[in-house]
Design a protein around this ligand. Structure first.
Ligand SMILES: [Zn+2]
Length: 375
């Protein structure tokens, strides 16, 4: 367990808050609650500061929120120019958004998983636009404030140079890196002292959004050769495999997540056991989806609407709900629990055999549960 001290209070969800964590061995980590740069109920990205001979920053925070990081560092008696090393948990803009200006000001080294370097160069949006366009609500999602910012962010990060690519199990500079893909193909968990920085891989209160396995088909041919063999980086199976791995880490680690570490005036302390809770949440969601499917074959859109029927899904959020459901259906498909039937009237199936016009039927089995146990 870590000792906690609030150095400065920010708003209710933690934006602008500064926290000091001290481990039993006396290691000190400071956290800056850097807000997202659009309206959101998520709360801040927690950017962690390790002060040794020089200063390491785990995630510089959201694109468009540099001034908050700067103010946070100043309140800690440091400045942007002191940053010697940036470690990026994964390439989503609420985490690596401020890399370009921080590196410009400080000349900091950039550390991230080697897949991060690949993704910087890949035209992510373009590669996947084909199937995404066919999803109901994608247009609203694409034109949302968040996605508009994501496009700008991608442009700006295109020129970043990953001068310290990291691979799984690397130990360097007092840190141990674990590749934990699933939410994002480049996700890292990073061990320091008795702490595991978990990025978005392990979060308290909420669960990270799984990527879809189908994305692997879009990128496979272009991936570095080590990742071209089979899909271990995209989709729910990758996420659950990574969760299991982190749950098994020993050493009584305290997890410091990138979101919700402190929220509405409360600390939400977690250990690696939280990874098992998230895994069980997904197993349970598969069970709940069988409930939706038992009344007969349905298209993915209908399954999503029915599953989330108690929630008001705005058009732009539908896309996220849809891909979340698809990630689960893909796992059940791999386990042999569902069959699909193309709708002859229109369109082709996507590369995962699913698609807006494909009817999905549940075969009445729950082999997915055994598949999860066997990961
Ligand atoms: Zn995030």
């Amino acid at each position: 367990m870590l000792e906690t001290e609030i150095l400065k209070r920010g708003d209710d969800s933690g934006n602008g808050t500064l926290i000091k964590y001290t481990s039993a061995t006396g290691a000190v980590i400071k956290a800056i609650g850097v807000p997202l740069s659009w309206k959101s109920t998520l709360g801040p990205t927690w950017c962690y500061v390790i002060e040794g001979d020089d200063l390491t920053l785990v995630d510089p925070g959201c694109y468009g929120s540099l001034s908050y990081l700067e103010q946070g560092l100043e309140a800690l008696g440091r400045s942007l120019t002191d940053v010697a090393r940036i470690v990026v948990s994964h390439g989503h803009m609420d985490h690596d958004g401020s890399c370009p200006p921080v590196i410009r000001k400080s000349g900091a080294e950039l550390w991230a998983h080697e897949m991060y370097g690949f993704m910087l160069q890949a035209d992510r949006g373009d590669v996947e636009r084909g199937w995404r366009r066919e999803v109901q609500g994608f247009e609203a999602f694409e034109h949302s404030e968040t996605m508009t910012r994501a496009m700008e962010h991608r442009e700006l990060n295109h020129d970043l140079v990953l001068d310290h690519p990291v691979t799984d199990n690397l130990q360097a500079g007092g840190l141990t890196f674990y590749h934990t893909p699933g939410h994002s193909p480049d996700e890292l968990c990073i061990k320091f002292d008795q702490v595991l920085f978990s990025g978005d891989h392990i979060l308290p209160l909420i669960t990270p959004h799984p990527s879809v396995a189908m994305s692997y088909n879009s990128f496979q041919a272009k991936l570095p050769s080590a990742y071209r063999g089979e899909n271990e980086i995209y989709g729910l199976k990758a996420l659950l495999t990574s969760l299991k791995r982190m749950a098994e880490l020993d050493g009584n680690l305290t997890v410091l997540p990138a979101h919700r570490a402190f929220f509405r005036g409360q600390f939400n302390p977690i250990g690696v056991g939280r990874a098992t809770e998230i895994l069980e949440h997904h197993r349970n969601r598969c069970h709940e989806l069988t409930d939706v499917m038992k009344s007969g074959p349905k298209e993915l859109v209908a399954i999503t609407r029915e599953y989330f029927s108690d929630r008001e899904l705005e058009e732009q959020n539908f896309f996220l709900a849809f891909t979340e459901v698809m990630a689960h259906i893909e796992l059940m498909q791999e386990a042999g629990d569902i069959s699909t039937q193309g709708n002859v009237a229109s369109g082709n199936a996507w590369s995962n055999g699913l698609g807006p016009n494909v009817l999905i039927s549940w075969d009445g089995t729950d082999n997915f549960s055994g598949l999860i146990d066997g990961l």
